[in-house]
Design a protein around this ligand. Structure first.
Ligand code: THU
Length: 135
């Protein structure tokens, strides 16, 4: 699975977004260590705070199915589904990545024109809190 292919699946997932309040469509594609890919979209709510981000939708689908090892995630988003720049995952989603992924977990943030920024969980969430800190 190349970054390009994972990004293509994230873009496809944007079509599934439920965004009656923001109109901001987000798609994610999560690559498991065994090669399985889970897509996710954002799912909004009239009470706002129950909204689930695309990344967490993908993680929770995968975890439900028994996956615990993850290699990479591609994310993209844009108003009315039009990508205008690289899409950085929110802090809550970074913390969910922290729960299940190692420091070198790859994050591809799709930009316009087929470009993307590649980073890692340790760069997105330096000094992040995890189960190992509860001692
Ligand atoms: N959103 C995501 O899906 N992922 C993020 O990492 C940040 C924000 C969604 C939530 C909401 O539906 C919309 O983008 C605007 O915040």
């Amino acid at each position: 699975m190349t970054p390009e292919n994972l990004i293509a699946l994230a873009k496809e997932a944007m079509a599934h977004a439920y965004v009656p309040y923001s109109g901001y469509r987000v798609g994610a594609a999560l690559l498991c260590a065994d090669g399985t890919v889970y897509q996710g979209c954002n799912i909004e709510n009239a009470a706002y705070s129950p909204t689930n981000c695309a990344e967490r939708t993908a993680f929770f689908k995968a975890v439900f199915d028994g996956h615990r090892d993850f290699a990479a995630i591609a994310v993209c988003g844009g108003k009315d589904g039009v990508i205008t720049g690289p899409f950085p995952p929110c802090g809550v989603c970074r913390q969910v990545m922290m729960e299940f992924c190692g420091p070198d977990f790859a994050v591809y943030m799709a930009d316009t024109g087929g470009r993307w920024i590649e980073t890692t969980l340790k760069d997105l969430l330096p000094f992040g809190f995890s189960a190992g800190d509860m001692r």
